[in-house]
Structure formats: structure tokens, C-alpha cells
Design a protein around this ligand. Structure first.
Ligand code: FRU
Length: 442
């Protein structure tokens, strides 16, 4: 099976959202939306990878695949919860209403219905795909949910009850979030719903968790970006949440989770030390094919694990300490032939050339330009430009073969971009460059 270091990449063909991200029995498990047959989206499976440290990943193949009438056309996104030592995987089960005889892997005219289902595993390694349970049927009351677009269960356990947060839409096609409660995690009762003007036409992949005295709400609203590129964007907002009534209040409008705009559908979990860690799907404009890579053409990868925390009352995102700890080797002549950690300090008017990927502080904003490292993949979006104030802007940058991740001003913003062909030049106000220590001989 394939190994990945730092960034989990498709094990060949297609991946999208992270699913079921959890630290369970001493290992990190990261499942993901996967179409195993071609480098494009299609009938969804859950691929599975594990890691001891969030840095070194081993792909374990397909964990979940369609077996039931209700999930015959796709095992969509969802979460993992540990219950009495078992691993429960909650997911959205998709059934198409009509078949496209020309392509059975996509819905005909976008028509399908969605229910929520559960698979239980004794050890997190074996999954009985024939022993699934449909725990929430297709919602037929439009006051409660949408029969087609209700998906991506985020399930957690608190105060003796289970909670399920779902992304959905109203009959007027405004994104909304639905809250259900259950005593056993199998029989669910609708409790409340919430919508906001910036929830787009449909809210995908919602997440909600307590964080140092506040709550954080994450979601991926569809149809909110009118610019060319990706119409759907990952967002977050600090929130208040009353568990008893499942009343949600967002303290601010939704904010961009990543200013590079490639990141989508993030998930979070708690790491072994209790930190809140986020990973997100990096959408890619086209597949990568390296002659030397046995996995063949692949498209889709995860960002580095990011710690989400509150600093001076602000939400900040930092590379996970296990990632930082890898980069111990100072590099004198940096080249993008291996992963690098680049520290730089920009002043107003200054710019950085990171192997053909350009960053500049102009007119109070940080501008990224990846046009020189796209290698023909023309349809990538351009980044949003985060406002920068003060005299200096510290940057902590991770450069990997197909991804550049820029942590701006100690994690105030993150800007992550898929790239295709980095060049030899590194120039600008660089403070230090580090590489990973060579792995020890067995
Ligand atoms: C987000 C999403 C989810 C869905 C999954 C299907 O990217 O559309 O809402 O569950 O991907 O692959």
C-alpha cells in the first residue's frame, strides 16, 4: 500500500473530502471521499489511511462502498465517533432516482435522494459493508430538510446524548444547518435548524465544536463565490451554541477559512494531546502524473494538519507541532526537490519568489500569484488578498511538490495553493529554510 509523508494524496485516481477523521486506539484514522476507478468524481467510496503522528500516512484501501439500495450510488461524507471502544462511521447514503445509461457514476439531471447511515467497526480496520443501518430516512418534510440535499453528518456525543449536525437547504434554496438528537445514536429526533444569508444555496460539511470558551462553526456554503474558479468556499465563524435547544448563533459573518480558495470541506478532530486539528481537501485543477509514481494519475490531496486555537481573542491556524518538528535540517541551497519549511519576513512593498510562486505585500494586502507554476492548468482561481497591517509580516511557508501553504502573521490567515511545476529560484527576504531529517535506516 502507498505511503504518504506530510500530505495525504489520492492513492491513484480521485479523492475529495476528508471523512471520519479521528484518533482511535493510538492511531489517526483519516477516511476520504474516493472514486477508485478514474481521476474524476463518481460513485463515492470511503478510502482509508492511518498515521501514528499525522505526518506519515499509510493507505489501507477502500473501507466503505455501496452495498444497499439506499447507498447504491454513493457513500458520501460523514464522521467517526468512538462509542464503548467501537468505531462508528456515520455517512450520507445516496440513491439516484434515474440512471444515466451513458455514465452510471453520476446522477441523471442531478436527481437523487439522501439518507443518513451507520457502519460500526470493532477495531477501526475491518468494516462490514453489508451490516449497515439506515439511521435517518430521506427527509420528506420540506420544513425540516431537503430530500436530495441533506448530507454530511457531523456526529458527537455529549452529556449522555448524541448530536447530529447536517448540511441542507430550504425550499427557497438557502443553505441551512439541521440539528438532531439521539439517546443511542440510532434513533434520531429533529431538534432545531439554523440558516444565515451567507450559507449559500446549500451548506455542505458543517462542523461545530467548543474551543476555549467559545464555539467554532465550520461549513462549506455552495454558490457564494461569483469570481471565476470555485463557486463553493470553506468558511468559519465563532459561535454560541446551546446544546439543550440546539440553538446556534454566529458571532460574525462567515469568514474565509483559507485565502488561497483551493481548500474545501474541512473536518476537525481532537489529537492525542487534546488539540483541535483540521484537515481539508485541496481541490486540484487537473491530475498529476509522475512516471515514477506507481499510483498512476491522481487528483486531490489534504492540506497539512492545522491546529485551530484562540490567541488574544482571535482564531488562529498553525501547522501541527508534529509537522514543524520534522523540519530540523537547515538548507543552504534550497531546491524544490523535497519538502521545505521557509521562514520569511516581509515589509510593505516587498515580495518573495518561492520557486516561481510569488507573494507580495502591496497596498496593505498580501497578494499571491501562482500563474508561473500552473503548468497548463489554467482554470485555478486566484487568491483573495488578506489585509496586512503593521511594519512586518512574518510568513511560515511549507513547500511540497504540488502544494504551497503560507501561514501569515502567526496563523492569522492561511493561504494554500495547489501548484504543478515549481522552478529553481528562491529569492526575497528569507530568514531560514529547513528540510526534513533523512529517515533513519531500518
Ligand atoms: C463536498 C461534498 C459533500 C458530499 C461529498 C460527495 O465536497 O459535495 O457535500 O458529501 O462531497 O463526494
Amino acid at each position: 500500500m502507498y505511503q504518504d509523508t506530510l500530505h495525504l494524496r489520492a492513492p491513484g485516481n480521485w479523492i475529495n473530502d476528508p471523512n471520519g477523521f479521528i484518533f482511535y486506539r493510538g492511531l489517526y484514522h483519516l477516511f476520504y471521499q474516493h472514486f477508485p476507478y478514474a481521476p474524476r468524481w463518481g460513485t463515492m467510496h470511503w478510502g482509508h489511511a492511518v498515521s501514528p503522528d499525522l505526518v506519515h500516512w499509510t493507505h489501507l484501501g477502500v473501507a466503505l462502498f455501496p452495498t444497499k439500495g439506499y447507498d447504491q450510488n454513493g457513500v458520501f461524507s460523514g464522521t467517526a465517533v468512538e462509542v464503548d471502544g467501537q468505531l462508528r462511521l456515520y455517512y450520507s447514503a445516496v440513491r439516484y432516482l434515474a440512471r444515466d445509461d451513458d455514465d452510471i457514476h453520476v446522477p441523471l439531471d442531478g436527481n437523487f435522494v439522501t439518507s443518513q447511515a451507520l457502519v460500526t467497526s470493532e477495531d477501526g480496520m475491518h468494516f462490514d459493508n453489508w451490516a449497515k443501518t439506515q439511521v435517518l430516512p430521506v427527509l420528506t418534510d420540506p420544513a425540516v430538510g431537503d430530500a436530495k440535499d441533506t448530507r454530511d453528518p457531523k456526529v458527537w456525543r455529549s452529556g449522555g446524548s448524541f448530536y447530529m449536525l447536517l448540511g441542507s437547504t430550504t425550499p427557497e434554496r438557502q443553505g441551512r444547518a439541521l440539528f438532531f438528537r439521539s439517546e443511542n445514536g440510532r434513533d434520531w429526533t429533529f431538534v432545531n435548524q439554523f440558516t444565515a444569508p451567507d450559507f449559500g444555496t446549500m451548506l455542505e460539511c458543517p462542523d461545530l465544536f467548543a474551543l476555549e470558551g467559545t464555539h467554532l462553526f465550520l461549513g462549506s456554503p455552495m454558490g457564494v463565490n461569483p469570481e471565476p474558479g470555485y463557486p463553493d468556499l470553506a468558511k468559519y465563524a465563532p459561535a454560541d451554541f446551546d446544546q439543550e435547544t440546539c440553538t446556534l448563533r454566529l458571532r460574525t459573518p462567515l469568514r474565509l477559512l483559507d485565502w488561497g480558495l483551493d481548500l474545501y470541506a474541512p473536518q476537525t478532530t481532537l489529537d492525542a494531546a487534546g488539540r483541535r486539528v483540521l484537515v481539508g481537501w485541496m481541490r486540484m485543477a487537473r491530475p498529476v502524473t509522475h512516471a515514477a509514481d506507481e499510483r498512476g494519475p491522481w487528483i486531490g490531496q489534504m492540506c497539512l494538519p492545522r491546529v485551530v486555537e484562540v490567541r488574544d481573542g482571535e482564531i488562529v491556524f498553525s501547522p501541527h507541532p508534529n509537522v514543524v518538528a520534522q523540519f530540523t535540517q537547515p538548507v543552504e541551497h534550497p531546491a524544490p526537490d523535497r519538502p521545505l519549511r521557509v521562514l520569511a519576513t516581509l515589509r510593505p512593498g516587498e515580495s518573495l519568489n518561492l520557486f516561481g510562486y510569488h507573494l507580495a505585500w502591496t497596498d496593505g494586502k498580501l497578494t499571491a500569484d501562482r500563474s508561473a507554476v500552473l503548468d497548463g492548468a489554467a482554470s485555478c482561481p486566484t487568491a483573495e488578498t488578506p489585509p496586512i497591517s503593521g511594519d512586518v509580516c512574518p510568513l511560515e511557508i511549507y513547500v511540497d511538490q504540488n502544494l504551497v501553504e503560507v501561514f501569515v502573521n502567526q496563523g492569522q490567515y492561511v493561504l494554500t495553493h495547489v501548484v504543478y511545476q515549481l522552478q529553481p529560484t528562491l529569492s526575497g527576504p528569507i530568514d531560514a529554510v529547513y528540510a526534513m531529517a533523512a529517515p533513519e535506516e531500518p
